[in-house]
Design a protein around this ligand. Structure first.
Ligand SMILES: Cc1ncc(COP(=O)(O)O)c(C=O)c1O
Length: 400
């Protein structure tokens, strides 16, 4: 029997798997691992949302199949959110679809719009699904260097020129996972202009729509005419709980709706009703979530920098994207991450897992509390000292 499955051969083993295996083995021996590896949100779902879920689940008539496109009330709540937050008008019946999460929505849209061999432009480094969602769908990816939005834009022309056949779509993701880079509305204007000139669909992943620490992040749908070519993915995973949306171009939303109509019956109705309560209800919980991530970010940057590892301060997202300390960069991101977990008991995500352009970096997720992040800093200080990397004294202390 053939077990060399065509699609599986195109999916390399998850780079994070090695770190995860080491983490499990060390924990089994009783080690206290501070896990800043996966971007798995650790904050609880706000109480009013959980209450709505329970209240709805108790009703006798909610157990049947839901709507694959999402219940109308939830699509309406998303259009209200877009109006309130971005000043963007959407038609809830044609331009919005509810997904189980943005991961599911992205993968199924990739499936819906790809033919074998189609070329898709995607950032490198990027969230793995941005490449592998299309690879699973049979398309080919052209990775475009993208440590910043400017770098991505400036490399897109060359990528189009040298792709045969010409690309059919491009992926955007700002605030970026993994680099935490943010973009402004002018970037989206340029991206829309470029996409229209080259007949490209745009899939913009706005997973960190509410996790920003300075300016609120814009939406590509704020650009005039963006809906002609673009859809945007948003998610509740980072704010309230798990549920996603795709909004924008009617043809793309329709293609996704068609595929999903064969694949699922929509999320359990009480979860969708609770999602309506999340979007329509008080938003103080989102401000609190943002403040928690911001405080963790500040502790991370401060304690890691003191330890001898200056980490650039992210303006948004749940991540810091940290260049490996120069003295240890030759190790590459996987070996560095393995040494860090084995010796400092701190798990981080190797940058190579996000693409070849990520190998000089690791991604550090803000998913442990401030005290544990400080402890991670202390552990790392000892680890780096053992490698000859000196701690950086705070300016006031150095002057003494
Ligand atoms: C850029 C990006 N897109 C999508 C997702 C997945 O979102 P969801 O939980 O809605 O599937 C994540 C989660 O980490 C992400 O970082």
């Amino acid at each position: 029997m053939n077990t060399d499955f065509h699609k599986i051969r195109r999916l390399p083993p998850y780079v994070f798997e090695q770190v995860n295996r080491t983490k499990a083995a060390l924990r089994a021996k009783g080690a206290d691992i501070i896990d800043l590896g996966m971007g798995n949100p650790d904050l609880p779902t706000p109480k009013h949302i959980v209450d709505k879920l329970i209240e709805t689940a108790r009703k006798p008539d909610v157990n049947g199949y839901s709507a694959s496109r999402g219940i109308p009330g939830l699509r309406r709540a998303l259009t209200d959110y877009y109006k309130r937050r971005f000043g963007v008008s959407l038609d809830k019946d044609r331009e919005v679809i509810v997904t189980l999460g943005s991961k599911e929505g992205f993968a199924n849209l990739a499936q819906a719009i790809s033919a074998p061999g189609d070329v898709i432009l995607a950032p490198d480094p990027s969230y793995p699904l941005h490449h592998f969602g299309f690879i699973i769908a049979g398309a080919s990816i052209r990775g475009v260097p993208a440590h910043t939005p400017e770098q991505y834009l400036s490399n897109l022309g060359r990528a189009v020129k040298y792709s045969v056949p010409p690309p059919t779509a491009m992926v955007l993701c700002f605030p970026s996972n993994p680099t935490a880079a943010v973009c402004d509305l002018d970037f989206y204007k340029e991206a829309v202009k470029f996409a229209k000139k080259h007949d490209l669909w745009v899939l913009s992943d706005l997973a960190y729509n509410e996790i920003y620490f300075e300016e609120p992040t814009p939406s590509i749908l704020q650009v005039d005419g963006a809906k002609d070519i673009a859809v945007e993915f948003t998610t509740m995973s980072k704010t309230y709980s798990r549920m996603g949306f795709v909004a924008g171009n009617e043809k793309l939303v329709g293609a996704l709706a068609r595929v999903k109509s064969y694949l699922d019956y929509g999320a359990y109705t009480p979860i969708q009703v609770a999602a309506v309560a999340a979007l329509d209800g008080p938003q103080a919980c989102v401000d609190e979530t943002r403040a928690i991530y911001k405080a963790r970010r500040d502790v991370l940057v401060d304690s890691f920098t003191r330890a001898g590892w200056p980490v650039p301060s992210p303006k948004a997202s749940m991540f810091a994207w940290a260049p490996i300390p120069e003295q240890l960069r030759h190790l590459g991101s996987l070996e560095f991450a393995l040494q860090l977990i084995n010796e400092a008991h701190v798990a981080v995500a190797p940058g190579a897992g996000f693409g070849e352009h990520g190998d000089d970096y690791v991604r550090i997720a803000l998913v442990e509390n401030e005290q544990r992040i400080r402890q991670a800093g202390r552990n790392i200080r000892k680890f780096l000292a053992s490698r000859g990397v000196k701690e950086i004294k705070p300016v006031a202390a150095a002057a003494e």
